[in-house]
Design a protein around this ligand. Structure first.
Ligand code: MTE
Length: 767
């Protein structure tokens, strides 16, 4: 089934090249004289680098340069928000994957051979690997200033007054991290230019971050560094900040050698070194009355940041505000702590901390439903935000709060909830060993940047009409598979009133478009789309008066362009887009326009978590139907229903693809993807042992519901969908397995080993 959007149904602009294998990814960039770079990394997570001998590597055939902290041609302090990270280790090793040396050689094989010749000694130090232990007195320190990096809060009402509630439900949820598993690993080709400036070809979702950090690393003005995004084979948040690191490594080697350097991470290094979805521990306490109404919640979220801050505080800021869910609750206390450990490097990942906390708040909603004898849908209706009770955790009244109830209705109907639940109950009656379950989870998500990052919530686009009536558009937001280019093309074409195949959109080049902030937070459609529309508005101000003249009218009011033809209700005379463009060119008027978008300024108090955390929100929800094999622990997902409040669908097929992809990625996180660590070292750094879903694991049916009620701030009323399509999948799966097993579940992922443990009649607690 395809959901119609504003688009005409023409294939996505990036579809054919990707499907035919013609797209040029970062590793396809070949330049004259190009060298190949590799990284020598620490295999241990905590220690002191007491010896490093690169002489044999330097002497190896084909090697052009070997860099260590001692001869790095750039600033070795590379932390993004906090100054806590070196590019190359000077003495202290804090994570497995810390870089010790960089090598450039004439071939990749020569560089890899030389890497094996680097000798190093690391004297091990005790590490901290359990986020729950990291703040205890005497815990090994990951960073000198202590293991607590930052705290975030929500303080609303007085939760302590709820302690006499009829019901108190309390649990600790242990939620695992996740590898992004983009098919294209991280990499950059750094190309020094003859005039001393730099061109970098990078696989990234945030080219402007790379530009800024490489410029700082090399000590250059921003204008001397240019980043071209290469076709990007998936990002999922993993290519927000992390790509800056291989980019700085490639730039360092290129600076040292004066030659272009291609540095592409092999899969095992990529999995060990690059950022991951944060593992979190969520302690959730809920106070409710017997009617099912929640009086208050107290939440503590422990975020395992790994050894460096990266963007963990930004992720935690979102987890903090998301940790209560789409509910109107009078008394709320949330404490989110970002904690250093010697585990994997935590970072952005589709949903930015919301999926982990959703697993906890949605499990609690189901437990409350069971405790008071209500249906899971009903308990969410009782407590959910609504037109009558529109206040969310941050205290702000949501203008579209009524959509939450509508979403519940649609999700219940489309998933056949009542019918399926009755069928499961009947099957259990007939055979008490039958192990089927159904689970629901819902979320609210700000599909733009949090107040803390609102200075970056902006976007630029340059739209240029060519003399033949075709259009080039350069946007500052990136395509990483989600369909952003298709959406931008559709918005541009719809704004001008022409067929979208006339519009050519290009991947980001930082020299051509203004810094549009990061392509994260599902903000591309709104920030990029509004920027495109602003450019189109300026162009229409020039085109419409010309069209009016051609139609014999005195002014442009009421003139419209549809399918490339201008018309007005008062006349049968028409003129084409091409004719009007010819006139524009004939008069030597400017055929281009730079469009700009910025989200409205907001007030928010980080000390209490009260105010306008996000510019606007979306609701989403999933129902997951599972069968559990008690003997093997295998969970088979039979059907998933997804419902999303999307404002307006721009590109139908891309929207549908996002929902399907989000569901499959969410099921992988919930059921099979486990980052197995041995003292901070990843034991399964490859897709043989780290199990992402294959086509065999995809449910028989994924039903999709889109609620289309326009969002005032979105282009044509649209809002983002990229992350919400993922966020509640894990939580709904947890609830479905819990329903199937007839017991509380407080852990993700639910791998077969864990489920076997939970299915044992004598099982207790978290396995
Ligand atoms: N879909 C694909 N195919 N590839 C990706 O890398 N990234 C996700 C999501 N969907 C991603 C994806 C993430 S992390 C985000 S923030 C959004 O897409 C970004 O896109 P949007 O702003 O266009 O929704």
């Amino acid at each position: 089934m395809t959901h119609p959007g504003l688009d005409s149904g023409a294939p996505r602009p990036d579809a054919a090249t990707k499907a035919m294998g013609r797209a040029r990814y970062c590793a396809d960039v070949q330049l004259t004289g190009m060298l190949h770079g590799v990284i020598v990394a620490s295999p241990v997570a905590s220690g002191i680098l007491s010896g490093l001998d690169v002489s044999a590597a330097e002497a190896a055939p084909g090697v052009v340069a070997v860099l260590t902290a001692a001869n790095l041609p750039g600033n070795n302090r590379v932390g993004l928000i906090f100054d806590d990270q070196p590019l190359l280790v000077t003495d202290r090793v804090r994570m497995a994957g810390d870089r010790l040396a960089l090598i450039a050689a004439t071939t990749l094989e020569a560089a890899q051979r030389a890497a094996r010749l680097v000798k190093f000694t690391i004297d091990p130090l005790p590490g901290v690997h359990d986020v729950r232990r990291a703040l205890e007195p005497g815990a090994p320190l990951v960073q000198e200033q202590g293991n607590l990096l930052k705290e975030f809060f929500v303080k609303r009402g007085a939760p302590q007054t709820c302690r006499d509630a009829d019901l108190v439900l309390e649990d600790e949820f242990v939620i695992g991290g996740q590898e992004h598993a983009y098919l294209e690993t991280q990499g950059t080709v750094a190309e020094p230019q003859p005039d001393g400036s730099w061109l970098l070809h990078s696989t990234t979702q945030c080219p402007f971050y790379i530009r800024g950090r490489v410029a700082r690393f090399l000590g250059l003005p921003i204008s001397r560094v240019r980043v071209r995004q290469t076709v990007t084979g998936g990002g999922f948040g993993g290519k927000e900040d992390y790509p800056d690191e291989p980019a700085m490594c490639a730039a360092a080697l290129a600076k040292a050698t004066g030659r272009p350097v291609s540095l592409i991470l092999p899969r095992d290094q990529d999995m060990q070194m690059s950022t991951k979805r944060h593992a979190m521990v969520v302690r959730h306490k809920l106070y409710a009355s017997l009617s099912g109404r929640i009086r208050g919640v107290e939440v503590q979220v422990l975020v395992d940041a790994g050894a460096y801050a990266g963007l963990s505080t930004v992720v935690a800021e979102r987890a903090n505000i998301s940790s209560v869910g789409p509910y109107d609750i009078e008394h709320v206390s949330v404490l989110t702590q970002v904690i250093y450990t010697n585990n994997l490097f935590g970072g952005p990942y589709r949903g930015f901390g919301a999926p982990q906390v959703a697993a906890a708040h949605e499990a609690q909603m189901d437990r409350l439903a069971r405790a008071v004898g209500q249906d899971p849908f009903e308990i969410r209706r009782i407590n959910g935000v609504s037109a009558k009770n529109p206040e969310f955790t941050s205290g702000e009244a949501l203008p579209q709060a009524h959509l939450y109830g509508k979403l519940l209705d649609e999700l219940e109907e489309k998933s056949g909830w009542k019918r399926e639940k009755a069928a499961i109950a009947a099957a259990r009656e007939a055979d008490p060993g039958a192990c089927e379950g159904i689970g629901l989870a819902t979320i609210i998500y700000g599909v733009n940047l949090h107040w803390g990052g609102q200075r970056l919530d902006r976007g630029g686009a340059y739209v240029l009409i060519q003399a033949d009536g075709t259009v080039n558009a350069a946007v500052g937001i990136t395509e990483m598979g989600q369909g952003a280019l298709a959406a931008m093309r559709t918005i541009c074409a719809a704004g001008l009133g022409i067929d979208e195949t006339r519009v050519q959109i290009t991947e980001v080049d930082t020299a051509l478009v203004p810094d549009s902030g990061p392509t994260v937070a599902s903000r591309a459609t709104v920030s990029g789309g509004n920027a495109v529309l602003d450019a189109v508005r300026q162009l229409n101000e020039r085109l419409l008066p010309l069209a009016a003249g051609k139609l014999g009218l005195s002014g442009p009011e009421g003139v419209v362009c549809r399918d490339g033809v201008y018309s007005h209700p008062s006349t049968t005379v028409t003129t084409t887009f091409n004719e009007v463009v010819a006139l524009l060119y004939g008069r030597r008027q400017n055929p281009g326009a730079l469009g700009w978008f910025m989200s409205p300024e907001r007030e928010y108090d980080p000390a209490t978590g009260q105010g306008r955390a996000y510019a606007f929100y979306t609701f989403g929800g999933h129902v997951v139907r599972v069968r559990v094999d008690r003997a093997t622990g295998l969970v088979t997902v039979r059907e998933v229903t997804a419902a999303h409040d999307v404002g307006k669908i721009i590109h139908g097929l891309s929207a549908e693809g996002q929902v399907q992809g989000g569901v499959v990625q969410g099921l992988g996180w919930a059921l099979s993807e486990e980052l197995k660590l041995d003292a901070g070292r990843l034991k399964n750094p490859g897709f043989t042992d780290y199990l992402i879903p294959s086509s065999m694991d995809i449910p028989e049916r994924i039903n999709i519901v889109f609620l289309e009620e326009p969002e005032d701030q979105g282009p044509f009323g649209a809002k983002g969908l990229g992350e919400p399509s993922f966020i509640s999948v894990g939580a709904a799966t947890l609830n479905a397995v819990s329903h199937a097993l007839g017991r509380d579940v407080s852990v993700l992922p639910l791998t077969p080993e864990r489920v076997v443990g939970l299915a044992r009649p004598d099982a207790e607690g978290t396995p």
